[in-house]
Design a protein around this ligand. Structure first.
Ligand SMILES: [Zn+2]
Length: 166
């Protein structure tokens, strides 16, 4: 079994769409970033890559490359998942913690879980993916609140196929 760990943080930005875990959420602010700013999917990508020692998100999708401007971050997850498969592993567990004051994540946590499970090709397994939301101290202005996400990924080696002798 291997474990990968990812962390990411984005500033809120007024008037841009908010996407977390591949799910569009209604909010006055979105997350600033070169791509769509999906903090959860970025941390997840890094955790997947890290678990198989395949580099990090910045190496594959540098913010300096105009190609990734406003990119859908689910693409980053699929590239990282392909690396996991290439190394002969499969994802068995994802545990993510979002840290933000608003919008409330509780009401949408299940949609996020489902979407992340889909992206990891584990549609029937989404209840095993833990997405926890932690509320920060609310006396800070929303723009100054620290946003972050920690994502742990556990993966296990797939059983080797027996070679067929002819
Ligand atoms: Zn990011």
């Amino acid at each position: 079994m291997r474990i990968g760990y990812g962390w990411d943080s984005h500033e809120f930005k007024k008037g841009v769409p908010l996407k977390i875990g591949g799910v569009a959420l209604e909010h006055t602010h979105g997350l600033a970033g070169h791509s769509d700013g999906d903090v959860l999917l970025h941390a997840l990508t890094d955790a997947l890559l890290g678990a198989v020692a395949a580099g990090d998100i910045g190496g594959y999708f540098p913010p300096s490359d105009p190609k990734w401007k406003n990119a859908d971050s689910s693409l980053f997850v699929s590239v990282a998942l392909a690396k996991v498969k290439e190394a002969g592993y499969q994802v068995c567990n994802v545990d993510s913690t979002l840290v933000l004051s608003e919008p409330r994540v509780g009401p949408v946590a299940n949609r996020i879980r489902q979407r992340v499970a889909e992206l990891l090709e584990k549609q029937d397994d989404h209840k095993k993916l833990e997405v926890a939301a932690a509320m920060l101290d609310a006396d800070k202005h929303v723009d100054e609140v620290v946003k972050g996400l920690i994502s742990d990924v556990k993966i296990e080696k797939r059983p080797r196929r027996e070679k067929v002798r002819t």
